[in-house]
Ligand binder design. Sequence first.
Ligand code: MTE
Length: 289
Amino acid sequence: MAGAGAAIGLGLKRTISPSTTALAANKIDGIKKSSFSTSETITPAKDVTHYNNYYEFSTEKTEPAELAKNFRTRPWKVKIDGLVEKKQELDIDSILKMAPPEERIYRHRCVEGWSIVVPWIGFSLSELIKRANPTSKAKYVEFTTLFDLNQMPGQRRQVLDWPYVEGLRMDEAMNPLALLCFGMYGEDLPNQDGAPLRIVLPWKYGFKSAKAIVRIRFVEKEPMNSWKLSAPNEYGFYANVNPNVDHPRWSQAKERRLGEFLKRPTLMFNGYGDQVASLYSGMDLKKNY
Ligand code: MTE
């Protein structure tokens, strides 16, 4: 789906056989399996691609699929700046070649209380960070989403302070679970899921996983993230999945897996404690929510 090349290819195919290829997406070759994958039942692609939080397009979950369908993901540059040896602007296709694509089947838990299991495709964010060469002063990394009023109708409404910004502490960003993601279900990432490039952080609430990234900046101080800025008493910087710390307006003890009727218990760090709990040892997770 993403990419000028893919778009041209699709255009050609459409002329030949419009009905069968209109929804065809680009398959990603050479995908490696990952030992980080869960064996839980994968949520159907149709649900994951038609129930989206993507406020740049709409606050209605069913709308991004349609509203983002013509979103242009090529050409696409990602600016790497802040505390780095060399500031640079990388072309998306050079980023995608940095490491072999891996399939990571992760649980994804939204702060709103629903969850999905998705076969994401990407590689560890650390692969890009190593190549970005941050200086020793860099303690945090900040991710910024595209700001484009012509393409993203939701940005005309001040539901958030645009552009969407997220951040991580450097050791969180370097954790092997943190995924730089450009695909799902064996294919390019659909636009509504964050094409051409997003992050996926399975132990954190979904809002940390910023979509359509255009800038990665290395900084000394904790960046201000969009949701914390909009409601600091409800959304924090860390946003680790934590069934023991309720949202001020609802419990976080349980979640509804899309497609299931009964709620299931939410797991500490979304079940990824073995890999990430040590990042937070000694921290008060009630204060650092
Ligand atoms: N990134 C941007 N730029 N804008 C958003 O509105 N929503 C977040 C996150 N990343 C959001 C975003 C939230 S709340 C969630 S739960 C996930 O994206 C949803 O990802 P999905 O639609 O691929 O399931």
